[in-house]
Design a protein around this ligand. Structure first.
Ligand code: HEM
Length: 396
């Protein structure tokens, strides 16, 4: 076991996990990280090829009910991210009928308007917190509007979603999810049940109404699947995108020659978004996975019921696939990062996230070219799965 990667990560490890990742990658096979707590431990996959292989492995399950008692399965576990085929295939196909690329591209003018409004407010001041003033509100407003969540409920949503994220580690479902987190999921489930009932009676031009209506032959989403899908889209739809915007801004300002290049040649925006996703991946670890049977992979002898952690953030800095991996280069080509995952659970919202990144950073380049860091020490959230900043003070 590598002593620098403990089951309870220190803040130093959170601030810079990349040294520990490199040490793990030097070991020519996945390692078992023992954890005397409820989970017993997990296999850590850190090398790019191993991470891709394990994420594509059909003998690996995402079904949490294999290891936790029924009362610990939460409403969000009824959505696609916690399902295996054939349920996953059915759910993903149905949701994809409503959450389409066309719907996302139709949102582009609205994303640009919201970004303009937020940055215009921010420009009135000499100092700001890039996270609370821009990186968080932009994706929250967009996913809430797409779903059809009323404006007045937005702040409550942000709080509940935060409680879900901070209270439990998605990769440690056997560990105690805090009662606050559990309550937040229940509160979101209650809220969406009410909203779904209302939209059943009075459908509107929003995602919730469309999710209620979609059907594929005789198939449609059940009530629990609808509620779980709404919670999944709400949480997945803003936390990771907010982290992409925050991590990206920090990184651009830490590499001033890359920031200057982007300002001089904004045509590098799409490449900059890809490099941000690679360099400071918002999801450092893929979500919960457990072996459905015994098998060996990459030199690891995996037993049925053992948990598996795929380190996306490590894979995205693997020197075998990315020359000079610790250098941030917005012109990097090729850039086959796996920040959106691999295989059947590949991120359903990648199109939306990329659009938010391209428009978001495009507007910052246009409106705040003199942005600077107000503090040299980043204030990372204490979460080893979701890599994001609690605050990012900047001067304008
Ligand atoms: C930069 C932003 C984002 C990143 C880095 C990201 C990353 C990921 C990753 C790595 C996965 C796969 C997890 C696994 O296999 O364990 C995933 C799945 C998913 N993401 Fe995203 N995501 C982002 C934004 C979004 C957005 C904006 C939405 C929707 C509004 C979204 C919805 C989903 C859904 C529904 C899944 C589950 C797919 C499935 O199980 O088939 N994501 N995301």
């Amino acid at each position: 076991m590598n002593p620098t990667l403990s089951a309870s990560p220190t803040m130093a490890l959170i601030a810079n996990p990349y040294i520990a990742y490199r040490r793990l990658q030097a070991i020519p096979f996945p390692i078992w990280l023992a954890n005397p707590g409820a989970t017993g431990g997990a296999w850590l996959f850190s090398r790019y090829d191993d991470v891709v292989a394990i994420l594509k492995e059909a003998r690996v399950s995402k079904d949490i009910s294999r290891i936790v008692p029924a009362e610990r399965v939460t409403p969000v576990n009824h959505a696609m991210l916690s399902k295996d085929p054939p349920d996953h295939t059915r759910l993903r196909a149905l949701v994809s009928l409503a959450f389409t690329p066309a719907r996302i591209h139709a949102m582009e003018p609205r994303i640009a308007r919201v970004a303009d409004e937020l940055l215009d407010q921010l420009r009135q001041r000499r100092q700001a917190d890039f996270i609370t003033d821009f990186a968080l509100p932009l994706p929250v407003i967009i996913i809430a509007e797409m779903l059809g969540v009323p404006l007045t409920d937005r702040d409550r949503f942000r709080d509940l979603s935060n409680q879900v994220i901070m209270g439990g580690d998605a990769n440690q479902p056997g560990r105690d999810i805090s009662s606050g987190s559990q309550r937040a999921i229940e509160a979101l489930a209650d809220y969406f049940s009410g909203l779904i009932a209302e939209r059943r009676k009075n459908p509107r031009a929003d995602l919730i109404s469309d999710l209620i209506a979609v059907r594929d032959d005789a198939n449609r989403l059940s009530e629990t699947e609808l509620v779980g899908t709404c919670i999944l889209l709400l949480i997945a739809g803003h936390e990771t995108s907010a982290n992409m915007l925050g991590n990206g801004m920090l990184t651009l300002l830490r590499f001033p020659e890359q920031w200057d290049l982007l300002k001089r040649q904004p045509e590098h925006l799409p490449g900059a978004v890809e490099e941000i996703l690679r360099y400071e991946s918002p999801l450092q670890q893929a979500t919960f996975r457990v072996a459905a049977e015994n098998f060996s992979l990459g030199g690891a002898e995996i037993q049925q019921g053992q948990q598996i952690t795929a380190l996306l953030g490590a894979a995205n800095r693997d020197p075998i696939h990315f020359p000079n991996p610790d250098f941030f280069d917005i012109t990097r080509q090729p850039n086959r990062h796996i920040a959106f995952g691999v295989g059947i659970h590949f991120c359903l919202g990648s199109v939306l996230a990329r659009v938010e990144g391209r428009i978001g950073f495009g507007k910052v380049v246009e409106k705040l070219p003199n942005l600077q860091l107000a503090s040299e020490t980043p204030n990372w959230n204490p979460n080893s799965c979701l890599r994001g900043l609690a605050s990012l003070p900047v001067t304008l």
